[in-house]
Unconditional design. Sequence first.
Length: 194
Amino acid sequence: LQNHLNSYGVQPFYMGLDNTGNAHGVFLLNSNAMDLTLQETPALTYRTIGGILDFYVVLGPKPEDVVQQYTALVGRPVMPSYWALGFQLCRYGYKNDAEIADIYENMKRAKIPYDVQYADIDYMERQMDFTLGANFSGLPALVDRIRAEGMKFIILLDPAIAGNETKPYPAFTRGVQDDVFIKWPNSNDIVWGK
């Protein structure tokens, strides 16, 4: 990667293609941190901080064969639901539910194919999961209307529950009650994020 940032998921696999059109593939199955460096052809350097070095080589010989052999090894991709392949609209910064409703109506009026509308964390009260801010009190009715017209509506949730609220926060209270939070070893102290 040009920006040298970690990726959400990494599949260290490459396909080599020679001048005759023959192809092969190499996959390194290793869950440790690693760095791949593409050097002057024909060199590729794998560096990993540890683990087992399980290299798998698929021999093709055609590029399509390499892809089929690789996916037979790691698993075939799943075809998503038809609606998930359509146009989806998501952004951070909606001011209120009326703004989302206006965008929805404008898209319909312009006859732009549109399958999914999202609401990012701005619909929440102070960005707290499982809450609804005052500016989005009409969101449940809007979601019902959009879904009744055959579209999907996706509400974002972040995997974090605030534990330092001054007012009662039902998601945190219930999490403590149901003992769902990660704790330090040999302790009942919850592991807090930063």
